[in-house]
Ligand binder design. Structure first.
Ligand code: HEC
Ligand code: HEC
Ligand code: HEC
Ligand code: HEC
Length: 435
């Protein structure tokens, strides 16, 4: 196989020359002082490579943000650059010359194409919420099926990250957030707020937990809304995330609160905003029921390496478990390390890499042989764990073992059965000699 090997270095090269390296932010402006803890938090985020996924913008242009990762490293930039040629026949024809499988990339890439800006997030979201989220990320944005990755950071490092993001988002001279409204909100007010929420069309982008406010909004509808609604959070979290005064300002003019916000400004009056706050902060909104963890029976047919590679390893896993030679020594977060992980030396791009397994605490471990009689091989255990994590509503804080694929939806039933069957059949290798 080794298809990635063919394109990866060339693609990185083409990117550097075609687009040029991403520009550094805030060059030439005098930095405003960050506290020592905030400086530590910034260093933690740089080391953990948060800007391979998130923008960390300094809205005050004081050079205190974090420059985006170079495009050949940047999950979102590279993906959107490739997807940007969709519908542009001339651009596609040009790319196909060097990358014959360009059309497959266009079909395959769906994840990591848009993520929230962390530099201004805390202008609306409470620091305490963000701190909790770094311990145990939940599914905030139901239209994004990728999730925040679990972090291998200490409590002090996470505190420092939040201190940094809070200082970065601070608006000089802004009045302190007002105390929550002491006035009780009646059921009639909540109902009026809900009616306003539906009438103003908020339901066209936002889910409110499992509570369906307008029937007929289904998966096909959300798919069509993705360009504007991908980042729209499930608003059942609002009461923990945003204080009332900020919420009332935000729904009237999102960019006045958070200049990087992806929420379009709408015709919402001050009176509307109070009603919307009554609803969003006081209604009972049921949490969606996560899918139950399931068992995936083996198939009654032989499964080949080629099939496993095409459907799972080459399609999903290689992006973080690459052969280092394919990518100038960078084998990805799960192999040579990155995104704050040391890496476990696991190369899933070649059969030899899969056979070699991983290295943990200096010891080599097989990922295809059962670690003990009756136990699943590590490769399958990691895939099953992702289903368990999603069923449990998120990754447990400080989990020693993480579910795979990291940050992505669990494998489908067909993919799980394929992996399980291939492993049960002794993980046979390629039938034809590798090119
Ligand atoms: C591989 C991509 C990736 C990397 C790297 C990454 N994140 Fe995220 N992050 C995500 C995704 C996807 C979401 C959206 C989750 C959601 O909304 O359900 C997210 C969401 C978040 C949120 C919640 C935003 C909100 O609206 O409250 C915070 C905070 C966050 N990330 C912090 C970080 C920090 C800090 C780092 C670096 C230590 C980091 N992320 C690195 C993918 C990433
Ligand atoms: C140099 C450009 C480039 C960079 C940087 C890049 N990718 Fe990709 N990515 C691709 C291409 C091209 C594909 C499609 C490959 C294929 O079809 O064989 C892809 C596909 C994927 C897929 C499978 C399709 C999907 O959307 O689920 C995942 C997962 C993925 N990338 C994750 C990442 C992550 C995580 C990062 C950052 C750590 C990253 N990529 C960085 C080019 C890139
Ligand atoms: C066209 C799609 C769209 C519509 C319509 C829309 N929103 Fe949003 N909304 C978004 C997006 C996207 C975000 C995420 C902004 C960001 O993360 O920068 C958002 C964010 C929010 C947030 C912040 C939530 C959080 O947890 O951070 C609130 C509150 C909100 N919207 C309320 C409303 C209300 C009330 C209405 C109706 C008046 C509405 N929205 C209509 C797209 C929309
Ligand atoms: C976004 C990056 C990413 C993707 C995509 C990804 N991995 Fe990983 N993987 C990692 C990281 C990082 C680790 C190391 C985690 C740690 O340090 O505990 C890892 C570890 C593993 C482990 C060792 C688990 C253990 O602790 O025993 C296995 C097995 C594994 N990955 C398999 C896969 C498979 C199979 C896929 C595709 C279905 C996949 N990974 C996709 C990043 C990724």
């Amino acid at each position: 196989m080794g298809r990635l090997r063919a394109w990866w270095p060339a693609l990185a090269w083409a990117l550097t020359w075609a687009v040029g390296p991403a520009s550094a932010e805030g060059v030439g402006t005098a930095p405003a002082p960050l506290s020592p803890q905030a400086q530590a938090g910034r260093a933690v985020m740089q080391a953990a490579q948060c800007t391979r996924c998130h923008p960390v913008t300094d809205a005050l242009a004081q050079g205190r943000g974090i420059a985006p990762a170079d495009r050949e490293q940047h999950c979102v930039d590279c993906h959107t650059w490739i997807l940007g040629t969709k519908g542009d026949e001339a651009a596609k024809a040009k790319m196909r010359v060097e990358f014959p499988e360009w059309d497959r990339y266009l079909d395959n890439i769906v994840h990591f194409t848009r993520l929230p800006d962390l530099g201004t997030l805390l202008r609306r979201v409470r620091p305490a919420f963000v701190r909790g989220f770094l311990d145990r990320s939940e599914d905030l944005r139901p239209h994004l099926d990728e999730r925040m990755i679990p972090l291998r950071l200490t409590a002090a490092q996470k505190d420092a990250v939040v201190a940094y993001l809070a200082e970065l988002a601070a608006v000089p001279g802004a009045p302190p957030a007002a105390a929550p409204s002491p006035a009780p909100v009646s059921p009639a007010q909540i109902a009026a707020g809900q009616a306003r929420f539906v009438a103003l069309g908020c339901v066209t982008c936002h889910l409110t937990g499992a509570t369906v406010l307008r029937p007929g909004l289904n998966a096909a509808y959300w798919q069509a809304m993705r360009p504007v609604a991908a980042l729209a959070p499930d608003l059942r979290h609002v009461r923990r995330r945003i204080d009332r005064a900020t919420l009332v300002r935000f729904v009237q003019d999102p960019q006045a609160v958070d200049p990087q916000s992806a929420m379009p400004k709408q015709a919402v009056t001050a009176a509307d905003a109070e009603q919307l706050a009554d609803f969003l902060l006081h209604a009972e909104l049921a949490a969606p029921t996560p899918p139950p963890a399931r068992d995936f029976p083996v198939l009654a047919r032989p499964v080949t390496w080629d099939e496993v590679y095409d459907e799972v390893l080459g399609r999903i896993c290689v992006h973080c478990h690459m052969h280092p030679d394919s990518n100038a020594g960078d084998g990805g977060a799960g192999n040579t390390g990155g995104l704050g992980f040391k890496g476990l030396g696991l190369n899933l791009e070649t059969y030899a890499g899969v056979q070699a397994g991983l290295v943990r605490d200096g010891r080599r471990e097989s990922v295809i042989a059962p670690p003990a009689p009756g136990q699943p091989p590590l490769l399958y255990a990691a895939l099953a764990r992702r289903h368990t994590e999603i069923a449990a509503g998120g990754v447990a804080p400080n989990a020693a073992r993480l579910g795979m694929p990291l940050g992505l939806p669990p494998l489908s039933e067909a993919q799980m059965r394929l992996m399980r069957t291939w492993l049960a059949q002794g993980a046979p290798g390629p039938t034809a000699p590798a090119p």
